[in-house]
Ligand binder design. Sequence first.
Ligand code: THG
Length: 636
Amino acid sequence: MTQPDPLFSSRFARALASRVLVLDGAMGTSLYSRDLTVHGDYCGCENCTDILVSTRPDVVGDIHRSFLEVGADCIETNSFGANTLVLGEFDRADKAREYSRLAAEIARAAADAYSTADKPRFVMGSMGPGTKLITLGNTDWATMLASYTEQALGLIEGGADAFLIETCQDLLQVKCAVNACLHALERLGKNVAQVPICVSVTIEQTGTMLLGTSIEAAAHALRRYPILSLGLNCATGPTEMAEYIHWLGKYWDRHVTVAPNAGLPVLVEGRTEYPLKPGPFVEALERFVSHSGVGLVGGCCGTTPEHIRQLAQMVGTRPPVREDRAVMVPSCTSLYSPVEYRQDNSFLIVGERCNASGSKQFKRLLEAEDWDGIVAMAKGQVREGSHVLDVNVDYAGRDNARDMREVVQRLVRQVDAPLMIDSTQVATIEAGLQCAGGKCIINSANFEDGEEKFDAICNLARTYGAALVIGTIDEDPEAAMARTADRKFAIAKRSIERATRVHGLDESDIFIDPLVLPISTGMDDDRRSALALIEGTRRIAEAFPSVQITCGLSNVSFGLKPAARQVLNSVFLDELVKAGLTSAIVHASKILPLAKINEDHKRVALHLIYDMRDQSVGGTGLPPADERPEQEVALA
Ligand code: THG
């Protein structure tokens, strides 16, 4: 017996599991068609429809009833902009919670009046995107979190059955709103099992969300959140949504929502009109329900009670049907697109150069605050073949969290590569995550400072939906960094168990870093560390096949001359990949294909890696004298 997932246990979730539920149609365009006065009804706040729950609850209730009357199972509260950010533009920031509560109460009363044992009606608390987006720098995470939390508190207090975070434009906005719902639930002693969260993003006519995010990237970035249903609403009619709905139906492992506009808007005598008639609107949606598994279906701008009447007739009491099913391959994402963690016949290449202690050039650019120069460096790494970019701004004497924000904010929009947010400080990591809409990889957690800090970083992974690198270091001050395969394995096991069982992270989102130490120091103790790493990697890969394994490869050859480093790094990487390494932090253009490495150089590198000091390397086994590192000469 599998445990019932609490996500699917509410009355609303159980109804959704048994049959397709019909959502209502347009609230906004319905309100605009009523005769409402700017000075009276809108209190002078033109277009602030959220005020109407206070001034004209009768009108709002009427619109709800017009959709319930024709068979809608769910109605959306009139609270699209009832958050402090939007209401703040009308000097009413302090009304967010009250308006949201009133909106939910009005919808609750209407829904309850129409509910029967056979056909319960549900209230979905509408949470729109607002007018300020974090990714565009219009606001920040903390402000938006507070704004949505007020709204979510009011919606719960007013009796909403579920949240509908809708018309989403920006992944950071979605992540922030989901967290706000979770905070509000916690503050009121409830959880997502009681009031589930549904998310609906807007795919523009361009085929992406407003900021360029593909539906695949959105699904991967949101995958780890307790979202009951993911779908699309607004911007286009149903036909234009078909490709994306089909993709969600195939890959998204929970419910799928759709609420299109009544076609693409047209301007008629200076007014926006939505031309798609109920017949063709419902015909298009029928395919989504009976082929693409859509379980929650309704209308957005321009859809009338007649659209919803015909929709409810078509849906009847049928269950959703999915024709194609496939699993999402574990991936991280940029703001724009996903990148799979596992690369065929290769490894996930994480560019190492945006690192204040790993690149003199980067350090100089950071000191000069030459942000454009940093973006150019990042782009260069992508051109050279990096799949992901490591970003590390740790630097004594500077405000690291601020630097992280400055850098990440720009990279996110200008570079199409997922980011690995690298810092030893929790606050610096969090500053980066608050600017990156895509699914990032946190670098890194470990047990060096005990479980408390490890837990804090796991919490960041949960809050921001990120993957996590975990280094095999523990509290033992004698041997903090695991130098033997046994200790690397033991710490990896302990950390995987804690991250998955205590924090609910998915095994596939964990990148174990068994830690590369330089073997080029000339110190006896260091020589066997490469071997320990290969053996440790092999054992971790065997025991945890769905975990990712990564390392900071260039560490192995610190101090050697550049030409020797390229050879040693490349040969070592090949051995590690054969042992099960799936990813590495590298300077992509400095990794040589094995076929391009001179056999003798390869032999020398292998001697060093496998610590075969007793065996002769042979007279011609070394790189040309001018590139020959001292340590290597000493060894030979
Ligand atoms: N594990 C994890 N993360 C890491 C590391 C790791 N992050 C940082 C580091 N180690 C990996 N990144 C680098 C980056 C650069 C170099 C080494 C590791 C490097 N740089 C040249 C040098 O110092 O000689 C400088 C090059 C230049 O100035 O251009 O070698 O182990 N999880």
